[in-house]
Design a protein around this ligand. Structure first.
Ligand code: PLP
Length: 418
């Protein structure tokens, strides 16, 4: 089969494809696997009960079910949902927003595809613009989203070593330059893969940079505020004329609803709705109907703060402690300070094998992790650090997480000793 340039680019081997493939196989395999690679949220019974109950109520409520499954919405999303969402954020944060600042799309992955390709690539004047990632490692799912090549430019982080086995990345503002070929800045907060939460001060500096250069700042809040609020530090949410906030229903336990909510400048919201009308006609309604009551009552804040966040925070502490208990403290390994999301980011300094080789060794022992090299979009140089890290999720069954971590500790220790 002969493919277009688009077809060739989008069918070539990508990090995200390999990851999703490994995960799918791990979940379907008859052999016991420890799938610590993916981004599936944990199954939190309290949340599952809420969605189940909500669906039962919809089924009992006149023709609500038929409306939910039987109608397209506007390309911008269900109008009742959108206006409730705007009211929610206005009341909670005092933001000056209306329904014109909100749209719903089919998941944040799709949202980033639209955003990146709206903002970067070839411009009518012949120039080529890029997305600036102010800090890497950054979300694996961005890298392959450009219709054209070389969509990203990024800045390597500063390292802050907190104790013998803990570190935190910080944005290196000394090396962060917004050159004329940059059309937007994008950052995930909390960051997938590291669990980093860039500080309020860092965000404020990014806002300033975006305003000075009149370019959007895209804040990927898949794990952040207002929901699921899997943030274990003191972090403020931000809104402003240059900020595009991307929220997702996936990490509140509804990844299959494929729903994202975007809050940003009117002009960009209109552009996203226009692209959505062409690509998808309208977003799906199931997620919006399931979550509407939580939004209208503000209960979404309560469940995020008192159910979802404590689930991940407790797991994070236990997983870190457990891993340390399995390692020789003399080895030069580090875990990124776990400040949010649901991943641990390991830095195995001077490991004699690359972490891609480690990933393959672990795969043979039925543990699936993600090698670090995929998380450095825009860093084209040969940087050893890219091959010294792995990402591990702690969102899945605790017994599996422990077993997986134990195997990782064993294989890493053996690799150091060789
Ligand atoms: N952004 C980040 C940081 C993520 O980790 C993910 C998924 O894991 C996404 C975006 C995409 O999420 P979804 O398309 O399910 O909303």
């Amino acid at each position: 089969m002969r493919l277009s340039k688009f077809g060739t680019k989008f069918t070539s081997k990508s990090g995200i494809l390999e990851l999703m493939d490994d995960l799918g196989k791990a979940l379907a395999s008859p052999v016991k696997k420890y799938p610590l690679g993916g981004g599936n949220p944990g199954h939190i019974p309290e949340m599952e009960n809420i969605y189940r109950k909500r669906m039962e109520d919809i089924l009992k409520d006149g023709d609500r079910f038929e409306k939910m499954v039987g109608n397209y919405t506007a390309p911008q999303g269900d109008l009742e949902f959108i206006s409730s969402f705007a009211t929610l954020l206005k009341n909670k944060y005092g933001w000056d927003i209306s329904e014109k600042n909100v749209c719903v799309l089919g998941g944040s992955q799709t949202t980033f595809f639209f955003l990146f390709n709206l903002l970067a690539g070839q411009y009518p004047d012949g120039s080529f613009k890029k997305i600036l990632l102010p800090i890497v490692p950054e979300y694996i799912g961005y890298e392959d989203q450009g219709i054209e090549k070389d969509f990203f430019t990024s800045v390597k982080p500063k390292f802050n070593f907190i104790d013998e086995h803990t570190f935190k990345y910080q944005i290196d503002f000394d090396n962060l330059k917004v050159t004329p070929d940059i059309s937007a800045i994008c950052v995930s907060r909390p960051t997938n893969p590291t669990g980093n939460v860039i500080t309020n001060e860092e965000v404020e500096k990014l806002i300033k940079l975006s305003e000075e250069n009149d370019i959007p700042l895209i804040m990927d809040s898949a794990y952040g505020q207002p929901f699921p609020n899997a943030i274990f530090t003191d972090a403020k949410p931000y809104f402003g004329k240059n900020i595009i906030n991307v929220y997702s229903f996936s990490k509140i336990g509804l990844p299959s609803s494929r729903t994202s909510v975007i809050v940003g400048p009117e002009e960009l919201i209109e552009a996203l709705a226009a692209v959505n009308a062409i690509v998808s006609l309208a977003p799906g309604t199931i997620g919006q109907y399931l979550v509407l009551d939580l939004i209208k009552t503000g209960e979404i804040f309560n469940v995020s703060d008192n159910v979802i966040k404590p689930f991940y925070e407790k797991r994070s502490v236990e997983a870190v402690e457990f891993f340390h208990s399995k390692m020789d403290p003399k080895l030069p390994y580090y875990i990124h300070k776990s400040e949010g999301a649901f991943f641990l980011w390991f830095y195995f300094k001077d490991l004699p094998i690359t972490t891609y080789e480690l990933y393959q060794k672990l795969k043979k022992k039925n543990v699936i992790v993600v090698p670090g090299k995929y998380f450095f979009a825009g860093v084209n140089e040969n940087w050893k650090h890219k091959d010294e890290c792995i990402r591990v999720t702690y969102s899945q069954g605790w017994e599996d997480v422990k077993k997986g971590l134990e195997i990782i500790a064993k294989v890493v220790t053996e690799s150091y000793k060789k």
